[in-house]
Design a protein around this ligand. Structure first.
Ligand code: ZN
Length: 138
């Protein structure tokens, strides 16, 4: 069985951002040489998500509004977590959007449905953060 591991780094200019990382993940898959197996992708941080959805900018604005309704960034003092930090909303948003994705690898490709793309969801950005890509198979 082959095993592959890589860290991708992201630094967003804004506190929150959605980045389509599908091409970078596919590059990892090519590097791995795995043709049949599983790919795991997750942020190595508890204020960011990796999720699969549609690459459509309107939907991404809808996500932003949806998350802000559920866990608004401000006022910061509405959250018990915000003492030394101001990122309670980011922890909550990440929990809603999920930690990781697992994608089947078939015939050397990510075995996606028609509209599936992989996104990095940043909720407390403006600093360097890592995403892990782990691939196992043969
Ligand atoms: Zn925190």
């Amino acid at each position: 069985m082959k095993s592959y591991r890589k860290e991708l780094w992201f630094t967003t200019k804004t506190r929150r951002a959605f980045i389509n990382i599908t091409a970078q993940v596919e590059e990892c898959l090519r590097e791995s040489g795995v043709k049949e197996g599983l790919l795991l992708c997750n942020p190595m941080h508890i204020t960011a998500s990796v999720f699969i959805n549609d690459n459509e900018s309107g939907l991404h604005r809808d996500f932003e509004r949806f998350l802000e309704r559920l866990a608004p960034e401000k006022p910061y003092d509405q959250y018990d977590h915000n003492g030394f930090e101001d990122n309670a909303d980011a922890h909550l948003k990440r929990t809603i959007m999920g930690r990781e994705v697992v994608v089947a690898i078939t015939d050397g490709k990510l075995d996606f449905g028609t509209w599936e793309q992989i996104f990095y969801g940043e909720f407390d950005g403006k600093r360097a953060k890592r995403v892990l890509v782990k691939i196992i198979g043969e």
